[in-house]
Design a protein around this ligand. Structure first.
Ligand code: HAM
Length: 414
């Protein structure tokens, strides 16, 4: 038997319904904030991700599905959505024209991670990106979009926020952090873990992310990012907090929140949920005012987020969605009535009615049993008696009411 690849899952039945519900809810909320749909390719040239996500990130370092295509070009399955959307923005010269754009997207992302609950090799994100708005009100809006989505889906969360400042602030902070790590090691026998050692060489702020308890303990007195913020970043961060408070969004400031991708500046945030075992990020994002330029475009502001759909699905699955009954089960009692039924059903479908037509001719009671088991709302059968009078047998499976009705009335009843 051929199996699906490890960490890549089918999506069907109840899971598919939950998936649809999450995407529909997210789209509806994003649209109210002026965001519209964009679709970008799943496969892009490798340098796009190396440059944007950053060589020092785990994604680029260990997790990319990168290969040479038949033409010998290095291509990569997208590990995240932002880079492709930025590329599309630049390619249409919207950067040079200074266009304001708000886009949302959803679909598969690919990361070669160790598969476990909530962590897959192919997973789905719902994300959005806003270009050319410098105002911190937009940072607040993207956070509020997520808060509203989770509220509509009835999901409890903790929102963590931080400010990474400008690239200059970060550069000064990196130097201070490096000095601190060296001092800790030279004043004791303690050595930071192997991952930290690597991060010190590539992007030292990722040390703050280390999950190793010993490293964490030795970081308690590390210099704080907030002490390195310039006036503008400090003012924006204060304003962001004010807007969130004024709009009833609770948050905690997490000075160690640096995010796993290298393109952020100023606002960084994550939504965590404890409803899927250990606290896990169900969404994350922030501002990236230098990424468009870094990818060869003209200076353009950017801010956005991505939500992990499988992680949200896991939470909703544990709550059990109410199963809405399917619409109509339509059937015939004699084979020769199938053509007539087929035409009637097609007419109803043209009018937008959702019908499942059974192609088997069998006894009424057998059809009724099938329809009951599959949780239908309405049941319609045609036997030769009904057909001779241009009627069908109709039963409302929820109320139990049953009667014969004329073909013409069907559209009104269903
Ligand atoms: P990210 O934090 O790498 O950000 O991913 C966003 C979310 O995707 C995570 O919070 C998590 O819920 C989900 N996720 C990540 N990896 C996996 C996985 N292996 N399996 C299941 N779910 C996963 C980004 O991707 C940025 N592009 C977000 C962004 C948009 N920033 C600005 N604009």
């Amino acid at each position: 038997m051929i199996h699906a690849i490890k960490g890549m899952n089918d999506l069907l039945d109840e899971d598919a319904l939950i998936y649809e519900k999450i995407i529909k809810t997210s789209e509806e909320v994003a649209k109210t904030y002026g965001y519209s749909y964009i679709e970008v390719p799943h496969l892009e040239v490798t340098p796009l991700f190396k440059r944007s996500v950053g060589e020092s990130s785990d994604i680029v370092g260990k997790e990319m599905y990168e290969f040479l295509d038949k033409g010998g070009d290095s291509v990569c399955l997208r590990p995240e959505g932002t880079a492709g959307v930025v590329r599309a923005f630049i390619e249409r010269k919207m950067d040079k024209a200074g266009v304001v754009k708000r886009w949302f997207y959803h679909g598969s992302m690919f990361r070669y991670e160790k598969p476990q609950r909530g962590r897959y090799r192919e997973f789905h994100q719902f994300g959005l990106e806003c270009f050319n708005i410098a105002s911190v009100y937009e940072d607040a809006s993207v956070i509020m979009i997520l808060a509203r989505i989770f509220e509509k889906l009835d999901i409890a969360y903790t929102l963590k926020i931080n400010s990474l400042g400008s690239p200059e602030c970060l550069q000064n902070y990196r130097a201070a952090l490096r000095d601190y790590l060296t001092k800790v090691e030279s004043n004791s026998d303690f050595k930071f873990c192997e991952d930290c050692a690597k991060r010190r060489l590539t992007n030292v702020i990722r040390v703050l992310d280390c999950k190793n308890d010993n490293c964490s303990k030795h970081l308690v007195n590390a210099p704080k990012l907030s002490e390195f913020l310039d006036d503008e970043s400090r003012a924006d961060f204060a304003k962001l907090q004010e807007i969130l408070k004024d709009n009833g969004i609770s948050f905690v400031i997490d000075e160690r929140l640096v995010r796993g991708l290298d393109y952020y500046s100023k606002t960084a945030f994550e939504f965590e949920s404890s409803e899927i075992g250990a606290k896990a990020a169900i969404a994350g994002g922030g501002r990236y005012d230098y990424l468009v330029e870094y990818l060869g475009g003209a200076k353009s502001y950017g801010v956005g987020f991505a939500m992990g759909v499988e992680r949200v699905m896991d939470i909703l699955k544990s709550k059990k969605l109410e199963q809405k009954p399917q619409n109509t089960y339509f059937c015939v009692l004699d084979t020769e009535l199938l053509e007539l039924a087929y035409k009637l059903v097609d007419d109803l479908r043209k009018a937008g009615k959702i019908i499942n037509l059974s192609y088997d001719a069998k006894k009424l009671i057998k059809h009724l049993n099938t329809a009951d088991k599959q949780n239908y709302k309405y049941f319609i059968a045609i036997g030769s008696d009904e057909a001779s009078k241009n009627e069908v047998f109709f039963k409302d499976l929820e109320s139990g009411e049953q009667k014969s009705i004329k073909y013409e009335v069907l559209k009104e009843i269903l």
